[in-house]
Design a protein around this ligand. Structure first.
Ligand SMILES: Nc1ncnc2c1ncn2[C@@H]1O[C@H](COP(=O)(O)OP(=O)(O)OP(=O)(O)O)[C@@H](O)[C@H]1O
Ligand SMILES: [Mg+2]
Length: 311
C-alpha cells in the first residue's frame, strides 16, 4: 500500500497559521520491549528543510509514521501545523508523505497512478506535475509493475511535490535515485522551500542532506542525540584519507584538521576534519603512491564523538 496523502492549498484550521510545522513532545513508541522512539521532543519551524538522520533501525520511519498518525504513540504527543496527529483527517489535508518503500497499483500506468494520487488528494498543481514528469524523465505509459524501485520512487515524489502541500514528509527520498535524479530531487526541495513549504526528510547519510537542509537532527537507538544547524554539524563531519606511501610517514599529529593517524599495510589512514590544505602540504614531502578519500558513516561519527554512542 502506498501512503501518500494530503492537499495543502487554500484550507485553514484555527491556530494553524502561527503553529510550527512539527512539534513533538516526549513522543515515545514502544514495540513490546523495544523502545523504537524514546521521548522525542523537537520543534521544526515552518519553511525549514529539516534532515532527520540516523543509522538503520534508529527510529526514523517510526517517527514519520507517528507524525502521520498511522501508529499511535505509547506516550507523548505530536502536532503537525498545529493539528494533533491523531486528527488524521484534518492533518492529512496539509501534508504529503513519501514512504521509504513505495508501492503503486501494479496494473495502472504511471500516468494513471499520478492521476489517482491527484484525485485522492483532491487536486494538484497540474502544470508543475507535468514539468516534474519531464524533469524526472518518467515514462508515463508503462504499467507501474514494470517500474524499477527508482521509478516508483519518482512517481511518489512527483505526486507529493505536485500537491504543493504545506508539509512534506519524505522517508529516505533519495535512496532509489541515481545521482542525476538526486540533483533533480534537490532542486524540487529548493523550490518547495522557496515557496515556504516545510520539508522533513530522513536519511542515514550525512553528506546527502548537508547541502539540502538548514537544520539536522540525529537519532540513535530511538534517542535524539543532536540537533544542530548544518554549519555546526560540518565540524562533526570527518573524512578519512588513505595514503599509500613508498617511504616513511611524516609526523602529522600537529597538523591542523588531523584528528587521528593510523598505520595501514600500505601507509597511513588519516581522520580529517575541515579543509585538507594543511595535511596535503605536509604530505608533499613524503613519497605518496596513492590517495583515497572516504566519508565517515554516521555510525563512525557517533563512535568518534560519543564513544559507545551513549552521551
Ligand atoms: N511494527 C513494528 N513492530 C516491531 N518493531 C518494529 C516495528 N516497526 C519498527 N520496529 C523496530 O523499531 C526500530 C526502529 O525502526 P524504524 O523502521 O523506525 O528505523 P529506521 O530509522 O527507519 O531504519 P532504516 O534506516 O532501516 O529505515 C527497529 O528496531 C525496528 O525493528
Ligand atoms: Mg526507515
Amino acid at each position: 500500500m502506498t501512503w501518500l496523502v494530503g492537499l495543502g492549498v487554500g484550507r485553514s484550521v484555527a491556530g494553524m497559521a502561527e503553529a510550527p510545522a512539527i512539534e513533538c513532545d516526549g513522543l515515545t513508541k514502544r514495540f513490546g520491549k523495544l523502545t523504537a522512539l524514546d521521548r522525542l521532543t523537537l520543534e521544526v519551524p515552518r519553511g525549514q528543510v529539516f534532515g532527520f538522520l540516523g543509522p538503520n533501525g534508529a527510529g526514523k520511519s517510526t517517527t514519520l509514521r507517528l507524525l502521520l498518525g498511522l501508529i499511535r504513540p505509547t506516550a507523548g504527543s505530536a502536532r503537525v501545523l498545529g493539528i494533533d496527529v491523531g486528527d488524521r483527517k484534518a492533518a492529512h489535508r496539509h501534508l504529503a508523505y513519501v514512504p521509504g518503500d513505495v508501492s503503486l497499483w501494479p496494473r495502472l500506468t504511471g500516468a494513471e497512478c499520478l492521476e489517482l494520487f491527484g484525485r485522492l488528494h483532491g487536486g494538484v498543481d497540474e502544470a508543475y506535475r507535468a514539468e516534474l514528469v519531464e524533469r524526472f524523465e518518467l515514462e508515463l505509459d508503462r504499467r507501474s509493475r514494470t517500474y524499477s524501485k527508482g521509478n516508483r520512487q519518482k512517481v511518489a515524489l512527483i505526486a507529493a511535490f505536485a500537491t504543493r502541500a504545506d508539509l512534506l514528509l519524505l522517508d529516505e527520498p533519495t535512496a532509489g535515485l541515481d545521482p542525476l535524479m538526486e540533483r533533480e530531487f534537490q532542486r524540487c526541495v529548493h523550490e518547495a522551500s522557496a515557496r515556504g513549504q516545510t520539508v522533513f526528510l530522513s536519511s542515514h547519510i550525512l553528506s546527502e542532506v548537508e547541502d539540502l537542509c538548514t537544520r539536522v537532527g540525529i537519532l540513535r537507538r530511538g534517542v535524539l542525540v543532536e540537533v544542530s544547524e548544518i554549519e555546526r554539524l560540518r565540524t562533526l563531519h570527518a573524512t578519512e584519507l588513505e595514503v599509500d606511501l613508498a617511504g616513511p610517514a611524516p609526523d602529522l599529529h600537529a597538523v591542523p584538521g588531523v584528528q587521528a593517524v593510523a598505520s595501514t599495510p600500505e601507509g597511513i589512514r588519516i581522520t580529517l576534519s575541515g579543509p585538507p590544505g594543511a595535511v596535503l602540504a605536509a604530505l608533499a614531502v613524503a613519497d605518496v603512491q596513492a590517495v583515497r578519500t572516504r566519508e565517515q558513516s554516521l555510525e563512525e561519527i557517533f563512535l568518534t564523538y560519543y564513544g559507545d554512542g551513549q552521551r
